[in-house]
Design a binder for this molecule. Structure first.
Ligand SMILES: [Zn+2]
Length: 126
């Protein structure tokens, strides 16, 4: 018969065969660890997204759009791996957004930064 070992401390478990932990203490420790790993991951990604947003916002200022070298974003630790959504336009352009600020890749390592308009694109037809 296969012996069960506690998922937390590795001790052999006595008692029911379907038990995964030796006691509540080990179960709680184990679950807390899993939760905090998940929370750290979420927090780090959220921080990265917020930082990306701040960087785009700081460069764009009040312009509608602005072209900058990719290096300018790299210099400010912009993380191209993370964005909140992708918008593909009808004419085949892809925009990567970090919240309301986004960018598209241009030629020659240039990047266009844009802000999502709050205004509706089309007038509502009544
Ligand atoms: Zn244990």
């Amino acid at each position: 018969m296969k012996k069960n070992n506690c998922l937390e401390c590795g001790e052999e478990i006595k008692g029911r065969a379907d038990k995964k932990f030796c006691d509540d203490n080990c179960r709680n420790n184990h679950n807390n660890k899993i939760n905090s790993e998940g929370n750290n991951l979420v927090r780090n990604i959220n921080n990265t997204l917020r930082k990306n947003r701040r960087t785009l916002k700081a460069i764009l200022k009040r312009e509608e759009h602005i072209n900058v070298s990719r290096q300018k974003l790299v210099d400010q630790q912009f993380n191209f791996k993370y964005y909140t959504n992708v918008v593909n336009t009808k004419n085949g352009t892809t925009y990567f957004y970090c919240y309301e600020f986004g960018y598209r890749i241009l030629e020659n390592n240039y990047i266009m930064i844009v802000k999502q308009s709050d205004k509706p694109k089309e007038k509502k037809v009544e």
